[in-house]
Design a protein around this ligand. Structure first.
Ligand SMILES: O=C(O)C(=O)C[C@]1(C(=O)O)C=C[C@@H](O)C=C1
Length: 319
Protein backbone atom coordinates (compact mmCIF):
# COMPACT_ATOMS: atom_id res chain seq x y z
CA UNK A 1 0.00 0.00 0.00
CA UNK A 2 1.28 3.49 -0.86
CA UNK A 3 0.25 6.83 0.59
CA UNK A 4 -0.22 9.22 -2.35
CA UNK A 5 -0.48 13.00 -1.91
CA UNK A 6 -2.38 14.77 -4.68
CA UNK A 7 -3.12 18.37 -5.62
CA UNK A 8 -6.50 18.76 -3.92
CA UNK A 9 -8.80 19.30 -2.13
CA UNK A 10 -11.20 16.45 -2.92
CA UNK A 11 -12.89 16.80 -6.29
CA UNK A 12 -9.97 18.06 -8.42
CA UNK A 13 -9.03 16.57 -11.77
CA UNK A 14 -5.74 15.61 -10.09
CA UNK A 15 -7.65 13.43 -7.60
CA UNK A 16 -9.17 11.58 -10.59
CA UNK A 17 -5.70 11.15 -12.09
CA UNK A 18 -4.38 9.88 -8.75
CA UNK A 19 -7.19 7.29 -8.67
CA UNK A 20 -6.25 6.21 -12.21
CA UNK A 21 -2.61 5.77 -11.16
CA UNK A 22 -3.23 4.17 -7.74
CA UNK A 23 -4.01 0.60 -6.80
CA UNK A 24 -7.13 -0.17 -4.75
CA UNK A 25 -5.09 -0.38 -1.52
CA UNK A 26 -3.39 3.01 -1.86
CA UNK A 27 -4.43 5.87 0.42
CA UNK A 28 -4.98 9.25 -1.29
CA UNK A 29 -4.19 12.36 0.73
CA UNK A 30 -5.13 15.86 -0.52
CA UNK A 31 -2.63 18.73 -0.41
CA UNK A 32 -3.77 22.34 -0.92
CA UNK A 33 -1.11 23.20 -3.53
CA UNK A 34 1.31 21.45 -5.90
CA UNK A 35 4.44 22.50 -3.89
CA UNK A 36 2.82 21.18 -0.68
CA UNK A 37 2.08 17.79 -2.32
CA UNK A 38 5.72 17.54 -3.46
CA UNK A 39 7.05 18.67 -0.06
CA UNK A 40 4.97 15.93 1.64
CA UNK A 41 6.79 13.47 -0.61
CA UNK A 42 10.23 15.01 0.02
CA UNK A 43 9.59 14.98 3.82
CA UNK A 44 8.65 11.30 3.74
CA UNK A 45 5.04 11.91 4.88
CA UNK A 46 3.83 10.08 1.74
CA UNK A 47 5.31 7.54 -0.72
CA UNK A 48 4.21 9.27 -3.94
CA UNK A 49 2.61 12.49 -5.20
CA UNK A 50 0.32 13.17 -8.15
CA UNK A 51 0.40 16.61 -9.82
CA UNK A 52 -0.76 18.15 -13.12
CA UNK A 53 2.04 18.92 -15.58
CA UNK A 54 0.55 20.19 -18.86
CA UNK A 55 -2.75 20.87 -20.58
CA UNK A 56 -3.39 20.68 -24.32
CA UNK A 57 -5.08 24.12 -24.36
CA UNK A 58 -3.33 26.17 -21.68
CA UNK A 59 0.11 24.53 -21.74
CA UNK A 60 2.46 23.90 -18.83
CA UNK A 61 1.46 24.16 -15.17
CA UNK A 62 4.13 26.61 -13.89
CA UNK A 63 3.65 25.65 -10.21
CA UNK A 64 4.60 22.07 -11.05
CA UNK A 65 7.57 23.03 -13.21
CA UNK A 66 9.06 25.30 -10.54
CA UNK A 67 8.42 22.86 -7.70
CA UNK A 68 10.14 20.05 -9.64
CA UNK A 69 13.23 22.18 -10.34
CA UNK A 70 13.68 23.45 -6.76
CA UNK A 71 14.41 21.35 -3.65
CA UNK A 72 15.54 17.71 -3.51
CA UNK A 73 15.05 15.82 -6.79
CA UNK A 74 11.96 13.66 -7.37
CA UNK A 75 11.37 11.27 -10.25
CA UNK A 76 8.23 10.46 -12.21
CA UNK A 77 7.28 6.76 -12.26
CA UNK A 78 4.01 6.99 -14.22
CA UNK A 79 1.79 9.44 -16.07
CA UNK A 80 -1.95 9.70 -16.77
CA UNK A 81 -3.81 11.77 -19.34
CA UNK A 82 -7.41 12.84 -18.64
CA UNK A 83 -9.95 14.36 -20.99
CA UNK A 84 -10.94 17.66 -19.38
CA UNK A 85 -14.34 19.36 -19.58
CA UNK A 86 -15.97 21.39 -16.86
CA UNK A 87 -19.19 21.81 -14.87
CA UNK A 88 -20.41 25.23 -13.73
CA UNK A 89 -21.51 24.68 -10.12
CA UNK A 90 -23.60 27.27 -8.25
CA UNK A 91 -25.17 27.63 -4.84
CA UNK A 92 -28.62 25.98 -4.88
CA UNK A 93 -30.45 29.31 -4.48
CA UNK A 94 -29.01 30.61 -7.77
CA UNK A 95 -31.57 29.70 -10.39
CA UNK A 96 -30.20 31.23 -13.58
CA UNK A 97 -27.06 32.50 -15.30
CA UNK A 98 -28.19 36.12 -14.80
CA UNK A 99 -27.73 35.79 -11.01
CA UNK A 100 -24.05 34.77 -11.26
CA UNK A 101 -22.02 37.83 -10.24
CA UNK A 102 -18.76 36.05 -9.28
CA UNK A 103 -17.17 33.00 -10.91
CA UNK A 104 -14.15 31.25 -9.36
CA UNK A 105 -11.67 28.60 -10.48
CA UNK A 106 -8.05 27.60 -11.07
CA UNK A 107 -6.46 29.87 -13.72
CA UNK A 108 -5.91 26.88 -16.04
CA UNK A 109 -9.60 26.01 -15.89
CA UNK A 110 -10.70 29.64 -16.40
CA UNK A 111 -8.49 29.85 -19.50
CA UNK A 112 -10.20 26.78 -20.96
CA UNK A 113 -13.75 28.24 -20.67
CA UNK A 114 -12.99 31.91 -21.47
CA UNK A 115 -15.22 32.05 -24.58
CA UNK A 116 -18.08 30.16 -22.92
CA UNK A 117 -18.00 32.55 -19.94
CA UNK A 118 -17.93 35.63 -22.22
CA UNK A 119 -21.00 34.31 -24.07
CA UNK A 120 -22.99 32.94 -21.13
CA UNK A 121 -21.90 34.82 -17.98
CA UNK A 122 -20.76 38.20 -19.38
CA UNK A 123 -21.47 40.08 -16.14
CA UNK A 124 -19.59 37.69 -13.85
CA UNK A 125 -16.40 38.85 -12.14
CA UNK A 126 -13.81 36.10 -12.59
CA UNK A 127 -11.70 35.17 -9.54
CA UNK A 128 -8.68 32.81 -9.38
CA UNK A 129 -8.55 30.10 -6.69
CA UNK A 130 -5.89 27.48 -5.84
CA UNK A 131 -7.78 24.68 -7.65
CA UNK A 132 -11.11 23.91 -9.31
CA UNK A 133 -12.28 22.04 -6.19
CA UNK A 134 -11.18 24.88 -3.88
CA UNK A 135 -13.49 27.09 -5.98
CA UNK A 136 -16.40 24.67 -5.48
CA UNK A 137 -15.71 24.61 -1.72
CA UNK A 138 -15.66 28.42 -1.64
CA UNK A 139 -19.00 28.56 -3.51
CA UNK A 140 -20.41 26.14 -0.93
CA UNK A 141 -19.21 28.49 1.85
CA UNK A 142 -21.01 31.37 0.09
CA UNK A 143 -17.84 33.25 -0.99
CA UNK A 144 -18.64 33.14 -4.74
CA UNK A 145 -21.77 32.51 -6.82
CA UNK A 146 -20.32 29.88 -9.15
CA UNK A 147 -17.27 27.66 -9.76
CA UNK A 148 -15.72 26.15 -12.87
CA UNK A 149 -15.11 22.64 -11.58
CA UNK A 150 -14.33 19.08 -12.52
CA UNK A 151 -17.62 17.20 -13.09
CA UNK A 152 -16.83 14.96 -10.05
CA UNK A 153 -16.78 17.98 -7.69
CA UNK A 154 -20.58 17.91 -7.41
CA UNK A 155 -20.26 14.58 -5.54
CA UNK A 156 -18.23 16.30 -2.80
CA UNK A 157 -19.94 19.71 -2.55
CA UNK A 158 -23.78 19.99 -2.53
CA UNK A 159 -24.05 22.49 -5.39
CA UNK A 160 -26.31 22.92 -8.42
CA UNK A 161 -25.09 22.15 -11.95
CA UNK A 162 -25.83 25.28 -13.99
CA UNK A 163 -24.06 23.79 -17.02
CA UNK A 164 -22.10 20.62 -17.78
CA UNK A 165 -19.57 19.61 -20.42
CA UNK A 166 -18.30 23.19 -20.77
CA UNK A 167 -15.07 23.58 -22.78
CA UNK A 168 -13.99 26.10 -25.43
CA UNK A 169 -11.88 23.38 -27.08
CA UNK A 170 -13.49 19.95 -27.25
CA UNK A 171 -11.38 16.94 -26.24
CA UNK A 172 -8.88 19.00 -24.21
CA UNK A 173 -6.50 16.87 -22.17
CA UNK A 174 -4.34 17.31 -19.09
CA UNK A 175 -1.29 15.17 -18.34
CA UNK A 176 -0.45 14.26 -14.74
CA UNK A 177 2.69 12.73 -13.21
CA UNK A 178 3.03 10.30 -10.33
CA UNK A 179 6.32 11.08 -8.58
CA UNK A 180 8.43 9.26 -6.02
CA UNK A 181 11.68 9.92 -4.21
CA UNK A 182 14.66 8.67 -6.29
CA UNK A 183 14.98 4.87 -6.12
CA UNK A 184 14.39 1.94 -8.42
CA UNK A 185 13.25 3.09 -11.87
CA UNK A 186 10.26 1.56 -13.64
CA UNK A 187 11.29 -1.17 -16.10
CA UNK A 188 11.36 -0.11 -19.78
CA UNK A 189 8.14 -1.07 -21.58
CA UNK A 190 9.02 -0.12 -25.16
CA UNK A 191 6.77 2.97 -25.08
CA UNK A 192 8.35 5.15 -22.42
CA UNK A 193 8.99 8.81 -21.85
CA UNK A 194 12.03 10.43 -20.22
CA UNK A 195 11.88 13.88 -18.62
CA UNK A 196 14.81 16.14 -17.73
CA UNK A 197 15.47 19.75 -16.75
CA UNK A 198 18.59 21.13 -18.46
CA UNK A 199 20.29 24.49 -17.93
CA UNK A 200 22.45 25.46 -20.89
CA UNK A 201 25.51 27.74 -20.79
CA UNK A 202 25.00 31.24 -22.23
CA UNK A 203 26.64 30.38 -25.59
CA UNK A 204 25.61 30.68 -29.22
CA UNK A 205 23.80 27.54 -30.35
CA UNK A 206 23.73 25.89 -26.89
CA UNK A 207 20.05 24.89 -27.14
CA UNK A 208 20.36 23.85 -30.79
CA UNK A 209 23.34 21.61 -29.92
CA UNK A 210 21.46 20.08 -27.01
CA UNK A 211 18.51 19.21 -29.29
CA UNK A 212 20.91 17.85 -31.92
CA UNK A 213 22.19 15.35 -29.32
CA UNK A 214 18.66 13.89 -29.25
CA UNK A 215 18.06 14.12 -33.00
CA UNK A 216 21.29 12.36 -34.00
CA UNK A 217 20.35 9.43 -31.76
CA UNK A 218 16.87 9.15 -33.29
CA UNK A 219 15.15 10.35 -30.11
CA UNK A 220 11.78 12.02 -30.57
CA UNK A 221 11.29 15.16 -28.47
CA UNK A 222 7.68 15.32 -27.18
CA UNK A 223 7.85 18.59 -25.24
CA UNK A 224 10.15 21.55 -24.76
CA UNK A 225 9.39 24.32 -22.26
CA UNK A 226 11.48 27.11 -20.83
CA UNK A 227 11.21 28.67 -17.36
CA UNK A 228 13.43 31.41 -15.97
CA UNK A 229 15.99 30.24 -13.39
CA UNK A 230 14.83 33.27 -11.33
CA UNK A 231 18.48 34.31 -11.16
CA UNK A 232 19.74 36.51 -13.98
CA UNK A 233 17.32 37.99 -16.54
CA UNK A 234 17.52 35.90 -19.70
CA UNK A 235 18.78 32.74 -17.92
CA UNK A 236 16.46 29.79 -18.56
CA UNK A 237 15.96 26.16 -17.63
CA UNK A 238 14.68 23.89 -20.38
CA UNK A 239 12.23 21.11 -19.62
CA UNK A 240 12.57 18.31 -22.13
CA UNK A 241 10.34 15.26 -22.52
CA UNK A 242 11.40 12.69 -25.10
CA UNK A 243 10.52 9.15 -26.07
CA UNK A 244 12.60 6.34 -24.65
CA UNK A 245 13.95 5.01 -21.36
CA UNK A 246 17.33 5.73 -19.75
CA UNK A 247 17.97 1.96 -19.80
CA UNK A 248 18.13 2.10 -23.64
CA UNK A 249 21.78 2.63 -24.73
CA UNK A 250 21.10 5.54 -27.11
CA UNK A 251 18.92 7.32 -24.51
CA UNK A 252 21.57 6.85 -21.83
CA UNK A 253 24.16 8.07 -24.35
CA UNK A 254 22.06 11.20 -25.08
CA UNK A 255 21.69 11.90 -21.35
CA UNK A 256 25.46 11.63 -20.94
CA UNK A 257 25.87 14.15 -23.80
CA UNK A 258 23.38 16.54 -22.14
CA UNK A 259 25.36 16.20 -18.92
CA UNK A 260 28.55 17.17 -20.77
CA UNK A 261 26.97 20.13 -22.57
CA UNK A 262 24.78 21.66 -19.82
CA UNK A 263 25.69 23.59 -16.71
CA UNK A 264 23.11 21.48 -14.85
CA UNK A 265 20.89 18.49 -15.67
CA UNK A 266 18.16 17.09 -13.40
CA UNK A 267 16.76 13.67 -14.34
CA UNK A 268 12.98 13.69 -13.80
CA UNK A 269 12.35 10.03 -14.61
CA UNK A 270 11.82 7.38 -17.31
CA UNK A 271 8.28 6.02 -17.12
CA UNK A 272 5.63 4.34 -19.30
CA UNK A 273 3.67 6.70 -21.53
CA UNK A 274 -0.02 6.97 -20.61
CA UNK A 275 -2.08 4.30 -22.29
CA UNK A 276 0.47 1.60 -21.42
CA UNK A 277 -0.75 -1.40 -19.41
CA UNK A 278 2.03 -0.45 -16.96
CA UNK A 279 3.19 -2.59 -14.05
CA UNK A 280 4.82 -1.05 -10.97
CA UNK A 281 3.89 -0.27 -7.38
CA UNK A 282 1.34 2.43 -8.07
CA UNK A 283 -0.01 1.11 -11.41
CA UNK A 284 -0.94 3.42 -14.30
CA UNK A 285 -3.77 4.34 -16.63
CA UNK A 286 -4.75 1.31 -18.67
CA UNK A 287 -5.55 0.83 -22.35
CA UNK A 288 -3.39 -0.13 -25.29
CA UNK A 289 -0.62 2.23 -26.43
CA UNK A 290 -0.90 3.13 -30.10
CA UNK A 291 2.83 3.57 -30.73
CA UNK A 292 4.21 0.51 -28.98
CA UNK A 293 7.71 -0.40 -30.23
CA UNK A 294 9.91 -3.27 -29.03
CA UNK A 295 12.04 -2.22 -25.99
CA UNK A 296 15.16 -2.80 -28.06
CA UNK A 297 14.43 -1.37 -31.48
CA UNK A 298 16.70 -1.53 -34.53
CA UNK A 299 18.15 1.84 -33.50
CA UNK A 300 19.07 0.46 -30.06
CA UNK A 301 20.72 -2.59 -31.66
CA UNK A 302 22.77 -0.26 -33.90
CA UNK A 303 24.03 1.60 -30.81
CA UNK A 304 24.93 -1.63 -29.01
CA UNK A 305 26.77 -3.11 -32.00
CA UNK A 306 28.62 0.22 -32.58
CA UNK A 307 29.78 0.22 -28.93
CA UNK A 308 30.85 -3.44 -29.27
CA UNK A 309 32.83 -2.54 -32.43
CA UNK A 310 34.67 0.35 -30.66
CA UNK A 311 35.48 -1.95 -27.72
CA UNK A 312 36.88 -4.54 -30.16
CA UNK A 313 38.95 -1.83 -31.96
CA UNK A 314 40.39 -0.75 -28.58
CA UNK A 315 41.36 -4.33 -27.80
CA UNK A 316 43.13 -4.48 -31.18
CA UNK A 317 40.76 -7.21 -32.39
CA UNK A 318 39.00 -5.20 -35.11
CA UNK A 319 39.93 -2.49 -37.54
O1 LIG B 1 -7.78 22.29 -10.18
C1 LIG B 1 -7.82 21.13 -10.59
O2 LIG B 1 -8.84 20.45 -10.59
C2 LIG B 1 -6.59 20.51 -11.10
O3 LIG B 1 -6.44 19.31 -11.00
C3 LIG B 1 -5.58 21.39 -11.76
C4 LIG B 1 -5.75 21.59 -13.26
C5 LIG B 1 -4.45 22.21 -13.85
O4 LIG B 1 -3.66 22.78 -13.14
O5 LIG B 1 -4.27 22.12 -15.08
C6 LIG B 1 -5.94 20.28 -13.89
C7 LIG B 1 -6.73 20.11 -14.98
C8 LIG B 1 -7.47 21.23 -15.60
O6 LIG B 1 -6.76 21.56 -16.78
C9 LIG B 1 -7.53 22.42 -14.72
C10 LIG B 1 -6.84 22.50 -13.57
Amino acid sequence: MSRIAYFGPRGTFTEQAAHALATGQDELIPAQTVPLALDMLRDGQVDAACVPVENSVEGAVPATMDALADGPALVAVAEAVLVVSFSILTRPEITGAGEVRTLASHPHALAQVRHWVAANLPAAEVVATTSTAAAAAAVHRGEFDAAVSAPVAVRHYPLRELATDVADVPDARTRFLLLRRPGTLPEPTGADRTSVIATTPDQTGALAELLTELATRGINLTRLEARPTKGRLGEYRFYLDFEGHVAQPRVGDALAALHRRCTHVRFLGSYPKAGQPAPGPAGAAGGPATDLVPPHSTLDSAFVSAADWVAAVRRGERA
